[in-house]
Design a protein around this ligand. Structure first.
Ligand code: NDP
Length: 316
């Protein structure tokens, strides 16, 4: 059987890397399987200006490189590979990448979430140049400009309300004639003097050579095409937690997020942190915070289960 580790961390974004720093400093010699998309959602962000400690801001990839360096300095073993399968039905738990099998007494899941995108070529091309999935991260760059938010759920409402404090005007483009969002959020958006709603409209194209200049939308009822000038497009059509690996092994909620109590999951010895278990806050700093909690929870759990097994042996 493969070498037995104290803890394996799956996912190399802010949550996983913070868990790695704490676990390494607790002498747990963590193995962190960071995935080929190591660094997580911050790798597709340009300037991060809301991460405390960087008053001048920091580039998302640079911040993740600093996290990695800090984890390695304390002895975390980083493995750049995707996990293809896990088995947490019995201890020690099993984690497989394409070429390797890993065994551990505890597992910390930090696989994050992925923003959903419209799937347009123009959207992909201008991502980071006016196309964003995070108003909190990027809204600040568009002070006093006209902006577009796409979506009709609570996230879209929250993004629109946040941006309305910064922008001169926000247009919410929604594909139906009513919002999915909670009534209170929807009413706030509809009543807001700086927010307009373009109902029954689908974005067909984001227009701009180097930066976003406008969006082309098609009316789903009349078929009419309209061009809305805008400096940025905030796509807020939901996130998908990256939990495919865990379905049928660890409890997830209706939207696919791992159900946690603190950072404990439905499986004893398996912990989860960051966006994979958080549909609400989804910030690098909150992901980091819960990564720290997961490592401390895992450490305590390992201590208490070592204690239990040594007690059992003692009595045997
Ligand atoms: P939701 O799934 O609730 O909403 C997604 C929205 O995007 C829907 O209006 C949907 O349209 C629209 N949409 C989906 N796909 C497309 C597409 N391809 N093209 C155009 N529009 C599309 O996701 P949210 O991220 O808004 O919310 C996720 C969860 O998090 C919810 O439970 C929400 O309540 C919660 N949340 C709570 C907050 C709070 O309480 N403060 C803040 C943020 C989120 P349609 O309606 O037609 O399906």
């Amino acid at each position: 059987m493969a070498e037995l580790h104290e803890v394996i961390i799956i996912g190399g974004g802010p949550a996983g890397l913070t868990a790695a720093i704490y676990a390494a400093r607790a002498n747990l010699a963590p193995v962190i399987i960071e995935g080929y998309a190591a660094g997580g959602q911050l790798m597709i962000t340009t300037d991060v200006e809301n991460y405390p400690g960087f008053p001048e801001g920091v580039q998302g990839p640079e911040l993740m490189e600093l996290f990695r360096g800090q984890a390695e300095r304390f002895g975390a073993q980083l493995i750049t590979a995707d996990v293809s399968r896990i088995d947490v039905s019995a201890s020690p738990f099993g984690v497989w990448t394409d070429g390797e099998e890993y065994r551990a007494k505890s597992v910390i899941i930090a696989t994050g979430a992925s923003a959903r995108w419209l799937g347009l070529e123009s959207e992909t091309r201008l991502r980071g140049y006016g196309v964003s999935s995070c108003a909190t991260c990027d809204g600040f760059f568009f002070r006093d400009r006209e902006l577009v938010v796409v979506g009709g759920g609570d996230t879209a409402m929250e993004e629109a309300l946040f941006l309305a404090r910064i922008a001169s005007k926000v247009t919410v483009v929604h594909r139906r004639d009513e919002f999915r969002a909670s009534r209170i959020m929807a009413e706030r958006v509809i009543a807001h003097p700086k927010i307009a709603v373009r109902w029954n409209a689908e974005v067909e194209r984001v227009i701009g050579d180097d930066v976003v200049e406008s969006v082309e939308v098609r009316d789903t009822v009349t078929g009419a095409v309209e061009v809305i000038p805008t400096a940025a497009v905030f796509v807020a059509i939901g996130h998908s937690p990256n939990t495919e690996l865990f379905i049928n092994q660890i409890e997830v909620d209706g939207a696919g997020y791992i159900v946690t109590n603190g950072t404990r999951t439905s499986v004893d010895g398996v912990f989860a942190c960051g966006d994979v278990q958080d549909a609400i806050y989804r910030q690098a700093i909150t992901a980091s915070g819960s990564g720290c909690m997961a490592a401390m929870d895992a450490e305590r759990w390992l201590d208490s289960s070592a204690h239990e097994s040594s007690t059992t042996q003692h009595h045997a």
